[in-house]
Design a protein around this ligand. Structure first.
Ligand SMILES: [Fe+2]
Length: 282
C-alpha cells in the first residue's frame, strides 16, 4: 500500500540558524543547510507526503510518544541554547491519521506508544531546524516521534522503527520519509571554551570513533555497527542515547540491513559534537 521512500540520518545544529543571520557566523553552516535542501528535494522527487522525524530533542521519561497534531505553528526559542535559536517562527501541517497508525503499530509490536493529536505539545528543534530548510513551503506534513528516551532499551526503539515501517507499507495510503535527527558523538564543549569548539569535535577519541562509524555506514557494515551501538552511544555521549538511530535502523532491517550510506553533507564538528547528513537507501 504505502511506501517508505527515503531514510536519512540528519543534523539539526542550531548554528544552521545562526548561519542565516548577519554577523560573525554568517554562512558557517551552508553545507549543512544545502544538505537539508537536497534531502528535501529528493523527498519531493519521490512523492513524499509526510516526513516522520525521530527527534532526539524530545525528552520522554516513560513510554514512547508521537506528536501528530493537525497543525503546528508558533515562534520557537531553544531553552538550552537561547542565544542560538531565538524567536524562530514556524508553521507546518501535521498528519494525525498517520501518527495514530504509527503509534498503534508500535504498540501492537509490544512497544507501548501513545499518539497525541489533540494536544498543545509543540515541536522540538530536532524537527523544527530540518523542516526550516526542507519544508519552508509546508509541502510536507510533519509527524514527530520522541527519541530522547531516558530509560528505554535501544532494542525497543529498533522494534518501534520496524513496526512503523510496516504500518506505512501495510496501512497507509501515501509516501513517507523517516529521519533520525541527531548527531554522532555528542559531547558539548565545556562551558567557557564553547567559542573555541564552534567548528570542532570535543576530543580526538570521539572524532576518531565517529570517522570509523561513518566508514562502517559507507561500507554498509551494519552488523558491526548495530553490535557496538549501545557502547558507542554510551561512551561517545550519543545524542538522545542514539534512540533516533536505533529507530531508523529498525525500519531498515537492523543488523540485516546492507545499504551503503550516501554522504550528503560530510562529517563536521559543531560545538564539540560530531554531525553529518546521510541518506540510507531503502
Ligand atoms: Fe541536538
Amino acid at each position: 500500500m504505502g511506501k517508505l521512500a527515503l531514510a536519512a540520518k540528519i543534523t539539526h545544529v542550531p548554528s544552521m540558524y545562526l548561519s542565516e543571520l548577519d554577523g560573525p557566523h554568517k554562512g558557517c553552516r551552508q553545507a549543512a543547510i544545502d544538505g537539508h535542501k537536497e534531502i528535501g528535494r529528493r523527498c519531493r522527487e519521490l512523492g513524499v507526503d509526510t516526513i516522520v522525524v525521530f527527534d532526539t530533542h524530545w525528552l520522554v521519561n516513560s513510554g514512547y510518544h508521537v506528536n501528530c497534531a493537525p497543525e503546528f505553528e508558533g515562534v520557537y526559542t531553544s531553552n538550552e541554547l537561547p542565544h542560538f535559536i531565538k524567536n524562530m517562527p514556524y508553521a507546518y501541517h501535521g498528519n494525525p491519521q498517520l501518527g495514530q497508525l504509527l503509534a498503534d503499530a508500535a504498540t501492537e509490536a509490544g512497544v507501548h506508544t501513545r499518539a497525541h493529536d489533540a494536544t498543545t505539545l509543540a515541536l522540538e528543534y530536532g524537527t523544527l531546524v530540518p523542516m526550516r530548510y526542507m519544508n519552508p513551503d509546508q509541502h510536507f506534513k510533519v509527524v514527530s516521534v520522541s527519541a530522547l528516551c531516558t530509560v528505554h532499551n535501544l532494542a525497543d526503539s529498533a522494534k518501534l522503527g520496524a513496526a512503523m515501517r510496516r504500518a506505512v507499507e501495510e496501512q497507509y495510503d501515501g509516501t513517507v520519509a523517516f529521519f533520525a535527527s541527531g548527531s554522532l558523538s555528542h559531547r558539548f564543549a565545556q562551558n567557557g571554551v564553547a567559542d573555541q569548539f564552534l567548528h570542532k569535535v570535543w576530543s580526538p577519541f570521539l572524532e576518531t570513533m565517529d570517522h570509523e562509524v561513518v566508514e562502517m555506514w559507507k561500507r554498509g557494515d551494519w552488523k558491526t555497527f548495530c553490535a557496538m551501538l549501545p557502547e558507542y552511544a554510551d561512551k561517545c555521549h550519543g545524542e538522545g542515547f542514539m534512540h533516533d538511530t536505533a529507530m531508523l535502523l529498525g525500519a531498515l532491517g537492523w543488523d540485516q540491513y546492507t545499504g551503503q550510506a550516501e554522504i550528503v553533507t560530510p562529517y563536521f564538528g559543531s560545538s564539540g559534537t560530531g554531525q553529518i547528513n546521510v541518506i540510507l537507501p531503502v
